[in-house]
Design a protein around this ligand. Structure first.
Ligand code: 2AM
Length: 196
């Protein structure tokens, strides 16, 4: 099955982002705008994973998630892949906030995937949420400039999902597994525990 790991926007962030993206949809209907119910921020794209690898993969990914903590993100602008090009194919929302811990998480998840023999990208991780795609690629710089930057809300990211990309009709994505990001142990509590 075709799998990826992702975090998802909270409902209030989807509402906010949808109203911002609405302008883009009206002005540029020729782009393929992604559906708000499908919005996610990919951490690692795993590709087609043989069924027999899924149990070990899931265990490795779960262990990687357990080494990280909840984080906060905010949309802070728009970008394209490739960037600043006359031929871009992806328009995305970019983030500020805990992007470093998020990148560390993505890097650890990549490592877990490699640990079971999967080939994953070694390109630098760019936190992004794809809002539109263009086929063929085209200059998306004007589209970028038409979009305003949403003000808040802050996303509280407390879970990581393993998601299947489902081919054919019907729902595009199916959540296979969800792991909570464990809260940091408060130093006072640690000392309480170690002295009791
Ligand atoms: P995106 O994160 O830039 O939108 C499921 O297909 C998710 O995995 C999408 O969100 C997609 O891109 C991401 N992804 C990354 N690399 C991919 C690839 N080579 N093929 C398909 N999806 C990929």
């Amino acid at each position: 099955m075709r799998l990826f790991t992702a975090v998802e926007p909270p409902p209030e962030a989807v509402v906010q982002l949808s109203s911002t993206v609405h302008t883009g949809r009206e002005l540029f209907p020729e782009l393929r705008w992604t559906s708000p119910e499908d919005w996610h921020l990919t951490l690692v794209f795993l590709g087609d994973v043989p069924d027999e690898l899924v149990p070990d993969l899931t265990e490795g990914l779960g262990r990687a998630v357990a080494g990280h903590h909840p984080l906060s993100l905010e949309v802070d602008g728009w970008g394209t892949f490739p960037e600043r090009s006359r031929r871009s194919s992806v328009l995305w929302a970019g983030f500020t906030g805990d992007t470093e811990p998020l990148t560390d998480l993505a890097v650890d998840l990549r490592e877990a995937a490699r640990g079971v023999g999967l080939h994953v990208t070694d390109m630098p991780y760019v936190p992004h949420l794809t809002v539109a795609r263009s086929r063929p690629a085209r200059d998306l710089r004007r589209t970028l400039h038409e979009l305003t930057v949403p003000q808040g809300p802050t996303w509280r990211v407390g879970e990581v999902h393993l998601v299947e990309s489902v081919p054919g009709r019907g729902p595009r994505y199916r959540t296979v597994r969800t792991w909570p990001l464990p809260w940091k142990t408060h130093p006072d509590r640690t000392s309480e525990r170690s002295t009791s």
